[in-house]
Ligand binder design. Structure first.
Ligand code: ADP
Ligand code: MG
Length: 504
């Protein structure tokens, strides 16, 4: 072969390598390999076979003769390409019909008539992952030994690209699966209470904007769930959502976590590291427990909010980011400002819009939907047949004050799914503190009839009944059916009793 042609082919090979290395989608990559090989060898057809380890088969990936693209499976070792894939040796043949290894099966299926063949293994290091063949050269000389050398080199590049793309797509798929699990974990259940609906309406409205949002509410009320929902509803949904807990780390570590550090910035900073602000580029950063941020970091955060700029720890360069900030706290920031532990300027920057999530005890009507949601989720996660919650257990769930809010409810349901013996969750499956209808916050409940004289028994009993029924009604938020369940009565009985006792 003349030197000029050899040089041209080498240049072409380098270009092809570039193309292959930039193609990450496995199918696109196979197409690119086939098209490149056709062009490089002026051939009429080209095919690739990849070894499928588990099946001990060759995935005869594509035949590209003209525009035809097909896929078959053949046995390992079958045909010329199968022999090459098994032995790792190249073959050049200008009259394949004379070659005993040739197996006309593929020709019979495609209608293509193979005359000359050049076939090389796809080798990634020492490992053979398959073989590639180009068919029917248009060159009157036929395929040459130099052609085979070139195809061997090409096969090495293609094998590397295929392995990379396969690894990448596995990682991507598992990431996608993981993301789905994460999204399901953080699925927001809104419920029917007006307090929650109002909060979510506000969240949806601000989602479309770039505005900083401060999420307030007791621990376990769903601040993080709502922050994730805002991100999902925002134009940034395709970019990362990065959550940082501001109390989990010392201020020094948190600074490097948020802003990153340069190599050698401190002992242990053996390499440069990007911070969460950089990792959230284009997306949303969620600063959880922001009320606990150390004063030095409050100043740095203020700068990001004002100028969108910061420096890595140990760095001198200003880094600019496009990140939307959401923050949450269960602290009373007004109080923290008064006592000087939280900067006022930072407060106003964070508090452009604030959304307060109501405590669960203030929205007992949302308890059934939340409970059903967690029930379905844990039955699936714990691989139990679908369960239901019996009426009495549900009444107890609705009567409990839930100091730990939705998180506590979630835990109670998870526990019940583990413990439930039958197909229904009963009061016995609930945590003990739930099993007795709660007599919490007595100051808001009607007093029991303790008097300083001894009344006639029937009077006292009726007085007691009245007080107890009123209390049950209050716990059940006026719902007679639920109050009856708490008292162990049928609703009709309760109703009759109320009439007799003169309770409206
Ligand atoms: N509205 C809701 N819908 C579904 N799950 C919720 C809701 N609110 C809270 N949770 C669940 O309760 C737990 C605590 O919520 P989280 O957002 O971490 O609360 P907070 O950040 O306010 O402490 C999480 O596991 C979350 O999935
Ligand atoms: Mg939280």
């Amino acid at each position: 072969m003349d030197a000029q042609l050899a040089h041209a082919r080498l240049t072409r090979l380098v270009e092809i390598n570039q193309l292959l290395m930039n193609t990450m989608d496995p199918n696109e990559l196979l197409q690119a390999i086939l098209a490149s090989a056709l062009q490089l060898f002026s051939a009429a057809g080209c095919s690739i076979a990849l070894i499928d380890d588990t099946a001990q088969q060759l995935r005869f990936a594509f035949v590209l003769g003209g525009a035809r693209v097909e896929e078959f499976r053949i046995r390992l070792g079958q045909g010329l390409i199968g022999w090459v894939a098994q032995t790792g040796q190249g073959v050049v043949s200008n009259d394949v019909t004379q070659d005993p290894r040739f197996f006309g099966n593929v020709d019979r299926r495609t209608g293509f008539r193979t005359k000359s063949v050049l076939c090389a293994p796809l080798k990634q290091g020492d490992e053979i992952i398959g073989a590639i063949e180009v068919l029917n050269t248009t060159d009157p000389q036929g395929f040459t030994p130099e052609d085979l050398q070139l195809l061997m080199a090409f096969g090495g590049l293609a094998a590397t690209a295929i392995t990379r793309a396969a690894t990448f797509s596995t990682v991507q798929n598992s990431q996608r699966a993981l993301q789905e699990i994460v999204q399901d974990r953080y699925r927001l259940v809104v419920g029917t209470s007006s307090a929650m609906q109002e909060a979510i309406r506000l969240a949806r409205t601000v989602a479309a904007t770039h505005t900083t949002v401060l999420l307030l509410g007791e621990s376990g009320t769903g601040k993080e769930v709502v922050a994730r929902a805002i991100h999902q509803w925002s134009p940034r949904a395709e970019c990362p959502f990065v959550a940082v807990n501001c109390v989990a780390l010392t201020p020094e570590l948190l600074e490097s976590e948020l802003f990153g550090h340069e190599k050698g910035a401190f002992t242990g900073a053996i390499a440069q590291k990007k911070g969460k602000f950089e990792l959230a580029e284009g997306g949303t950063i969620f600063l959880d427990e922001v009320g606990d941020l150390a004063p030095t970091l409050q100043a740095k955060l203020l700068r990001v909010l004002q100028e969108k700029e910061f420096q890595r720890v140990g760095g001198v360069r200003d880094i600019r980011v496009n990140v939307r900030i959401l923050a949450a706290t269960n602290r009373d920031l007004q109080k923290a400002m008064q006592s000087g532990t939280f900067r006022e300027d930072l407060y106003y920057r964070l508090n452009v819009v604030s959304i307060t999530l109501p405590a669960l005890r203030e929205r007992a009507q949302d308890i059934p939907v939340l409970a059903q949601h967690f029930l379905a989720r844990y039955c699936q996660e714990l691989k139990r047949a679908p369960l239901s919650i019996d009426e009495q257990a549900m009444a107890l769930l609705q009567a409990h004050p839930w100091p730990g809010n939705v998180r506590e409810l979630q835990n109670a349901i998870e526990r019940a799914v583990v413990f439930a013996a039958g197909p229904r969750i009963t009061p016995a499956d609930l945590p003990v503190q739930l099993q007795q209808p709660s007599l919490r916050s007595p100051q808001t409940l009607p007093p029991l009839p303790f008097t300083d004289h001894i009344p006639p028994l029937m009077t006292a009993v009726n007085e007691f009944k009245r007080a107890l029924i009123r209390r049950a009604l209050q716990v059940a938020q006026g719902n007679q059916t639920r109050a009856a369940t708490l008292l162990g009565l049928r609703q009709a009985n309760l109703s009759r009793m109320m009439k007799t006792l003169g309770i409206r």
